[in-house]
Design a protein around this ligand. Structure first.
Ligand code: T46
Length: 134
């Protein structure tokens, strides 16, 4: 599976205004237990710098743009999110950094689990060690 797994939301474009739709279990590949969004990220600010042990997420810039760098322990890849119907799926054990947030960026995230700090790996060495044979 490609490191950058793209996710297309259904986009209903209408002269009266557009609607972007994702449905859990139909196109979103998990039951959604949590949604959150990032906004008002200061210029030059990076976020992320962690992986998740079990969490699966879909991320999309509902407004504005930002970049993700994903790392699966073997390779890294970068993706620009800049369209409200073009997101990415982030599977477990993928290190992510987010940066280059536009000042109007609203980064919407659909998550498969409730918030759980014990699911985070925030130490890069610990992340790398998880792929080493014991
Ligand atoms: C991810 C990327 C894309 C909560 O209390 N509840 C929540 O649901 C979330 C998402 C965060 N928090 C707290 C935990 C930290 O004290 O908010 C603070 C900032 O969280 P964090 O540093 O993890 O934020 P980001 O922007 O680096 O990462 C977030 C998500 O946490 C993460 O799962 O994949 O967005």
């Amino acid at each position: 599976m490609s490191l950058i797994e793209r996710f297309s939301f259904q986009h209903l474009v209408n002269p009266a205004g557009s609607i972007v739709v994702g449905q859990a279990g139909i196109d979103v590949p998990f039951e959604i237990k949590r949604i959150y969004f990032l906004h008002d990220v200061p210029t030059g600010q990076s976020r992320g710098a962690h992986a998740h042990k079990k969490l699966i997420q879909v991320a999309v810039c509902a407004h504005g743009s930002c970049r993700f760098r994903l790392d699966n322990g073997v390779e890294t890849a970068e993706v620009l999110l800049s369209k409200p119907d073009e997101g990415i799926v982030i599977r477990p054990m993928i290190w992510r950094d987010m940066y280059d947030f536009s000042s109007d960026c609203i980064l919407l995230v659909l998550a498969s689990e409730h918030y759980d700090e014990s699911d985070y790996i925030r130490d890069y060495k610990e992340f790398q060690n998880a792929f080493r044979p014991r």
